[in-house]
Design a protein around this ligand. Structure first.
Ligand SMILES: Nc1ncnc2c1ncn2[C@@H]1O[C@H](COP(=O)(O)OP(=O)(O)OP(=O)(O)O)[C@@H](O)[C@H]1O
Ligand SMILES: [Mg+2]
Length: 237
């Protein structure tokens, strides 16, 4: 068996102090293998985004351990953490977070440039992969939500990150477009040895996962391995 890619042990995150303290993560423990497609499932306020931000090293824990490929994120130096976010992690958000004044191509090239050579060529290749070659010169405001999300996915995979973190990536899209996006996310893992964490409150979407981590009130209330994930094109909700 390969080394687990992401291991959390007693991971706890408390925001604020005293009377206003909120325990967003409360002793979260799980172990994820490289290449798994993981769904973080839970209702609003259960700690899904907080957990994703921990894995992406956007925030540090209050206590507990979170290791990615054996490295404790909280013990990294600032420089190591920056390098980790740049080279290891790709993010996809609900509201796309594209730069509105840059074209599709420029949004992707911006990230391609800081992660290697041949930025233009790599940007073109990933835009082709998400089926947007004909929209390369469009600005975000000239594209549909689904197209903007495809640009965001192209941007996240142009650096070929081993970890892809997606926070409600279909939350703003209709059902059919949502399925297209999920298919695309799944396809980006094929042959890439890429581990994906996808946040949702939709239990139907969870059926496409290799593993489901259920969160409630900051606690893991269930971890299920799914030996027979449903292809995203067949999900109905
Ligand atoms: N920066 C913050 N400061 C204070 N409290 C926070 C902060 N971020 C999150 N919280 C609190 O932590 C808890 C978990 O929030 P989180 O955003 O992780 O939930 P979520 O599962 O992503 O919810 P949703 O589905 O609505 O996005 C909530 O009670 C929230 O109010
Ligand atoms: Mg959230």
């Amino acid at each position: 068996m390969s080394q687990p890619a992401v291991v959390a042990q007693g991971l706890t995150k408390v925001y604020g102090e005293g009377e206003t303290a909120t325990t967003a993560l409360d002793g979260v423990t799980f172990s994820i293998e490289t290449g798994e497609f993981v769904v973080l499932l839970g209702p609003s306020g259960s700690g899904k985004t907080t957990l994703l931000n921990q894995i992406g090293a956007l925030e540090g824990p209050t206590s507990g351990s979170l290791k990615v490929n054996g490295s404790e994120i909280a013990r990294m130096t600032d420089k190591e953490r920056t390098e980790y976010r740049r080279s290891t992690v790709g993010f996809v958000f609900q509201f796309y977070n594209l730069v509105p004044t840059l074209t599709a191509h420029e949004n992707v090239a911006l990230i391609a440039e800081i992660t290697g050579t041949d930025a233009d060529l790599r940007s073109e290749l990933v835009l082709a992969k998400v089926g947007l070659t004909d929209r390369e010169g469009y600005f975000p405001g000239q594209m549909s939500g689904g197209q903007q999300q495809r640009v965001a996915i192209a941007r996240s995979i142009v650096k070929d990150p081993p970890l892809l973190l997606c926070d409600e990536p279909t939350g703003s899209l209709d059902l059919e477009t949502g399925r297209t996006i999920l298919k695309l996310l799944k396809s980006t893992t094929e042959g890439a040895d890429r581990t994906v964490f996808l946040v949702t409150h939709n239990s139907t979407i969870a059926e496409m996962a290799d593993r489901i981590i259920r969160l409630r009130d900051g606690k893991v209330v269930g971890v299920e391995a799914n030996s027979d994930p449903v292809p995203p094109g067949e999900l109905r909700w």
